[in-house]
Design a protein around this ligand. Structure first.
Ligand code: FE2
Length: 192
């Protein structure tokens, strides 16, 4: 059995300032993300998932094992949606698909932001596509992950309080607005 490892953060911890602080990232990445990896490695000992990949556990696992596996995957994916050079809007086929599905990029932004603001408690809000490249905004509570439902994640925002509370306290809407200044649309386009 090979342990899962915490993947390196794809940018310096102070690189997302002023949108997300180094203080937030030190807790979010070094403490929360790392704890999910450590818990996952402990929990799968002695289970049928000892030699399984992360996505296999997300598709077939349950309970704490599923929760920790999905949180490991979701956080790695979230970091890879962000860039110090992010923001703006997508181009090409993804932009066309967004305009076709949601009316315009601004409409998409409004709907995605509203979904992120209104998700009750902790969870994730995704832009996903299905096997026919239909786009959809999806909210998943807690450690939810669209892979379990056969959807392909393109973009995600973490709306657990640990993602924004040190910087924005109760003002989740401010965090969501700043998140849009960090989105790495090139990476999102490559997934589409
Ligand atoms: Fe998180």
């Amino acid at each position: 059995m090979k342990n899962f490892e915490l993947p390196p953060l794809p940018f310096a911890q102070d690189a997302l300032h002023p949108h997300i602080s180094a203080n937030t990232l030190s807790f979010h990445y070094d403490k929360h993300h790392r704890a999910y990896v450590d818990n996952l490695n402990k929990l799968r000992v002695g289970t049928k998932f000892e030699d399984s990949g992360l996505e296999d556990i997300i598709r077939k696992g349950d309970g704490p094992l599923y929760n920790n596996a999905a949180q490991v995957w979701n956080h790695t994916f979230y970091w890879n949606c962000l860039s110090p050079q992010g923001g703006g809007k997508p181009t090409g086929e993804l932009l066309s698909a967004i305009e076709e599905t949601f009316g315009s990029f601004d409409e998409f932004k409004t709907k995605f932001s509203a979904a992120a603001a209104s998700l009750f408690g902790s969870g994730w809000v995704w832009l996903v596509c299905d096997k026919k490249d239909n786009l959809e905004i999806l909210s998943t509570p807690n450690a939810g992950n669209p892979i379990r439902d056969g959807k392909d994640p393109l973009l995600v925002i973490d709306v657990w309080e640990h993602a924004y509370y040190l910087d924005y306290q109760n003002k989740r809407a401010d965090y969501i607005a700043h998140f849009f200044d960090l989105i790495d649309w090139k990476a999102v386009e490559e997934r589409f």
